[in-house]
Design a protein around this ligand. Structure first.
Ligand code: AMP
Length: 406
């Protein structure tokens, strides 16, 4: 196959993030972001990464919609000789948040697939419409090019029913598609595989607890490369304490607030998704700021940190029990990759479970995947920078190459 490039698009409601990769070696050729689409203050930041292409370029003129955004991206890429009309472009890979039960693998997009993603909008009302708009826009620009949807939920579709079902009336659950889907799947898949590589083992031989700790956060239990449990559920609200989301909570809190505080469904949605978690507990959701405040003796920041760690530990323990044998715990995303105190606190006291950090290694800063456990620890602790774009590009390219070979 001579076409070896893949454009990865992650379309949000008012933004598009993109990367162009060459799958011969996985090199990034350009990366960029369009934000505040539809506003007066739209901004496109494009960074070509080819040898002599020059530095970052910025446009600040208003960009009305996703169509205009993608046209502007195409112009920037063309200016670097990387235009969307290039015969070297093999496919466009789209991040799609919700694939429901139907999409268990990356899927070549056609009208029927789009209709199904549309049908799933009630399950991901903020994300799927933006993803659909991105796909339609890209298809209009290059109708002849294979476009592939890579779903955030797909990696979790291997969960057994015992982990995926809520203990509620089965008829109601089935009628309204209520079950645990999980999110961040592309990241969990990538990190679990990279962790096995770091251990010098095949993914099939390794059991890993992956802790994706970004502004959104989720844990997953991965047995031999397959997800057997994950902490996010019907929506990304369940599970760990996050930047602005509560994570696990007694569902009765919602009706209590309706009855006692007169709050509406939307009020409570905003409370639990936007005004809870770290920001709700201490006013900050950035772990760097929280650590600064703790160092200055701030008790609210300390309590927020302690609640965050307590929940994390509970999930480590739970997934240890789910997996039976654990080979590694892998930390990833903004907090997991950078916040040494979070890693230290999360595994401290778990020596009986075979966990022991090397505090020197844990404190070292690095951009690469690495082990931070002591050599004699039974369970390895890994820090693995996630790379969802590379994973989307890999899955997209693998699918179109397979199809081209027939
Ligand atoms: P993400 O959603 O993966 O981009 O992660 C974003 C979050 O990572 C931010 O809200 C911060 O809390 C956290 N973060 C980023 N850099 C650092 C750092 N150097 N130290 C601690 N936390 C960090």
């Amino acid at each position: 196959m001579t076409a070896t490039r893949v454009l990865v698009l992650n379309s949000g409601s008012s933004s598009v993030k993109y990367q162009l990769l060459d799958m011969r070696g996985g090199a990034r050729l350009a990366v960029g972001l369009v934000e505040r689409i539809g506003e007066e203050t739209s901004r496109l930041v494009h960074t070509p990464l080819l040898g002599d292409a020059g530095g970052k370029r910025e446009r600040t003129a208003p960009i009305a919609d996703h169509g205009a955004a993608l046209k502007a991206v195409a112009e920037e890429l063309a200016a670097d000789g990387l235009g969307l009309d290039s015969p070297q472009l093999a496919a466009i890979g789209h991040r799609v948040v919700h694939g429901g039960l139907r999409f268990t693998e990356p899927t070549v997009i056609d009208e029927e697939v789009l209709a199904e993603v549309e049908r799933l909008v009630p399950l991901a009302p903020l994300h799927n419409p933006a993803n659909i708009t991105g796909i339609r826009t890209a298809r209009a620009l290059r109708p002849d090019l294979p476009q592939v949807a890579v779903f955030d939920t797909a990696f979790h579709t291997t969960m057994p029913e015992s982990a995926a079902r809520y203990a509620i009336d089965t008829e109601t659950a089935d009628k309204h598609l209520i079950r645990r889907y999980g999110f961040h799947g592309t990241s969990h898949a990538y990190v679990a595989r990279e962790t096995a590589r770091l251990l010098g083992k095949a993914p099939e031989d390794v059991n890993v607890i992956v802790l994706h700790l970004g502004n959104g956060a989720s844990a997953s239990a991965v047995a031999g490369g397959r997800c057997v449990d994950t902490s996010m559920g019907l929506t990304p609200l369940e599970g760990l304490v996050m930047g602005t989301r509560s994570g696990d909570i007694d569902p009765a809190v919602t009706f209590h607030l309706m009855r006692v505080a007169g709050m509406s469904t939307d009020d409570i949605d905003v409370l639990l998704n936007k005004k809870s978690g770290l920001v709700g507990l201490c006013g900050d959701n950035d772990m760097r700021e929280i650590r600064r405040r703790i160092d200055a003796g701030d008790e609210r920041a300390q309590l927020a940190f302690d609640i965050y760690i307590h929940r994390l530990k509970k999930y480590i323990g739970a997934y240890y029990a789910v997996l039976g044998r654990v080979d590694a715990i892998a930390f990833t995303a903004g907090v997991g990759e950078n916040a040494a105190p979070v890693r230290e606190a999360a595994v401290s006291g778990l020596e009986e479970l075979g966990l022991a950090l090397d505090s020197g290694l844990n404190a070292e800063r690095s951009d690469g995947a690495r082990l931070v456990s002591t050599p004699y620890a039974r369970v390895a602790v890994a820090v693995v920078p996630t790379d969802e774009e590379l994973e989307i590009a890999r899955q997209t390219f693998a699918l179109v190459s397979e199809n081209a070979l027939g």
